[in-house]
Every structure is written in C-alpha cells, then in structure tokens.
Design a protein around this ligand. Sequence first.
Ligand SMILES: *Cc1c(COP(=O)(O)O)cnc(C)c1O
Length: 289
Amino acid sequence: MTDPAFEPISIQSLYFTGISHCDVLRLDQVHPVISGNKWFKLKYHLQNAIEEKKKGIITFGGAYSNHLVATAAACKLHNLQSIGLVRGEEPEDYSHTLRNCIEFGMQLIFLSRQKYSAKEIPEDYLNDFHIVNEGGYGVAGAMGASEIISGEMPCYTHIVCAVGTGTMLAGLINGMKCPNVIGVSVLKGNYEVEKNVKDIVVTDKINWSVIHDYHFGGYAKHPKQLIDYMNDLYSATGIPTDIVYTSKLFYAVEDLARKGFFPDKSKVLIIHSGGIQGNYSLEKGTLIY
Ligand SMILES: *Cc1c(COP(=O)(O)O)cnc(C)c1O
C-alpha cells in the first residue's frame, strides 16, 4: 500500500441547476477503504508520533468510525502500533469497520459508554502512545486538512464540505484558498460545532458558515429519501457517496443551488471526503454500487 497523499487527486465537473460551475474534488478515490480527508487530518499526528519516538497512536471511535480505520491503516503504513478505544461493549459480530481495523493491526479495547465518555487513556499507554482526539479533532488535524486544496488548483468562489467535528472545515478555512467556505453538518442540532471550529481557525479573512438543515434525522441516519438520492446521484454522475457524510453534502449543495443560494457566476468546489467504507453496514442491494 502506498501513501495515498502522494496520489494525484482528480477533479470532476458536475451539473447542478443553479450553479454556473461546479466541481468535485474526489478525495474518495485515494483509497478504497480509507476515507480521503482522514489521511490529511492524521498527517501531523503521525509526524509527531514518529518525532516523539512513540510506539504508536491511541485514539477513540465508534464501531463504524472512518477515523478509527484510517488511523489503523495510516499507522500500519508508518510502522507504528495503533490502539482503538471503541465505544460500547464488545459486540458478538464485529462490524466491517472493526474487522478492517484488526486487519490493519489495530488493538481494540472496548469501553462501556460511560467509561468511553470520560475519554480516559489507560495508564499503561499514556507515555508510549501519541493521543489523537475522537474524530481527529484539533489543531494538528486542521493543519493537515489545510493541505487538501493545493496551490495549483483553480480558483473557486465557494468550497463546500461535510462537517462532523469541524476539523476539515477549519483546515479549509485556514488554507485560505477561497473567499467562502461552507460546512454542512451531518449531526442534528450540533450548534457547538461553530465554537469548536472557531477554536482552531487561525484567520479572519475567510467567510465561513455551517448549515444545520441537512442532517436527515441525525448522525448516520439514512432514510429512504437519502438512499434514493444516493442511487440517483450515482446513476447521473458516477459519483458514489456514503450514508453518513457525503450524501448529505451533495444533497445540500443541490438543494441550496436550486433555491438560489449561490450567486450568478459562482464557481463551487464540493469536497468529496470519502467514507465509502461506511456503506458496508447497509444490507446488500440497498445501493446500486
Ligand atoms: C470524518 C469525516 C468527515 C468529517 O470531518 P470532520 O473533520 O470531523 O468535520 C467528513 N466526511 C467523511 C467522509 C468523513 O469520514
């Protein structure tokens, strides 16, 4: 496995009613299993772990966490150990995500929901392991994400991305490549996220906002309307999206555009941040891809 950060990332044009020019940055294509934005968010964590001569990285996540599996894979690539503290009791049947984590050599430790919420690192690992927050939230993650848009890329009036912890959004703002950056939150009523973004943003030169209207019922909720949209989008464009993040993002952009959100002559870049591995939790046949 090569480091996907070195893969050329392709841009695909898309036609949405109400946007003069719309492109998609296909971070989903950097690796079939590991979601695109996580590599960027982990870059400086990996560097720190190596420089500080740690044995590896310890982090947190749920049984379907893109962050957990990306951490496992990235650590394997750099010959670091990885430990995942997983929310909830050990399941009888491991999710596809957890099985992947194990294949990449991650040691899994299951914590009761109560213990998990305390976010305590077991003492044995405190000194030898570099700690990464749940979802990779923080300054180092944002620093990596600020490199998602390279200098050679054409100019856009708007960048639009999905928002979980807001780390990628903060990175895109800090990267200062476009005057407007818009995040689409995939959690229901997560109004703290603006503050979390503010805390790791280092510039006031960019207009940015988070839109909270496209969560489809909450984190990882995927009603039939969303599944139908994912299949329709794939038929029309060949772009696969995931149930947690990017389907809601594309739906939001198309809906906002139809409602006249983007001024005339807008040039919009949608960040396809990957996450396709999350679709393996769906029943076979739900999606046409
Ligand atoms: C983790 C993830 C996000 C959210 O990134 P944050 O930096 O936590 O906001 C968006 N899209 C995909 C596919 C992800 O896996």
